[in-house]
Design a binder for this molecule. Structure first.
Ligand SMILES: [Zn+2]
Length: 167
């Protein structure tokens, strides 16, 4: 599963719609500052994994402090997708979890808690992630993705896609 940043394909939208977590207090576990949740999506053709990778980026010190994986679908969805009933793997696919194999800083576990307990509790933000995923997939794999039916699971509240409707 190769992952590419959302920013690489949609720089303008990423600028507007990338969320950050701000740490205000000096005595918090994570140093004071603004941490961007840079989204990455899988650009593997034919893959409809419905997950996002966050690179948690410390704007001030210009470095990544955590990589978090999150899949918004149900355990049932990932079980079918995996074609295997492996609860441990399914939990990892769903996350949110620190991604194994990515470099993590000592602040990563705290960031994971923050992401889980704040931004991912916001349904509007989760909808935004789904919308970004769909835009991304239509860009990297237009043929397959439109066929796959993934679109119907995504509530497109915002921008009009170029999709034409037959009456
Ligand atoms: Zn994928």
């Amino acid at each position: 599963m190769p992952y590419t940043s959302f920013h690489a394909h949609f720089a303008e939208i990423a600028k507007e719609e990338t969320r950050a977590i701000t740490i205000l207090r000096e005595d918090d576990v994570v140093p004071k500052g603004s941490y961007g949740l840079l989204e990455m999506y899988c650009d593997d053709p034919d893959c409809d994994c419905r997950r996002v990778f966050f690179e948690v980026y410390d704007w001030e010190r210009r470095k990544s402090i955590a990589y978090i994986a999150y899949g918004w679908e149900s355990a049932e969805f990932y079980r079918k997708w995996l074609r295997m009933d492996d609860p441990q793997t399914i939990r990892e696919l769903q996350g949110p979890a620190l991604n194994l194999g990515s470099p993590q800083s000592r602040f990563a576990p705290t960031m994971l808690d923050l992401v889980r307990d704040t931004v991912l509790k916001d349904p509007a933000y989760v909808s935004r992630l789904k919308r970004h995923y769909q835009m991304f997939k239509e860009k990297v794999d237009p043929k397959h993705f439109r066929k796959s039916g993934a679109a119907k699971h995504v509530d497109i509240a915002k921008p009009k896609s170029k999709k034409r409707k037959r009456n």
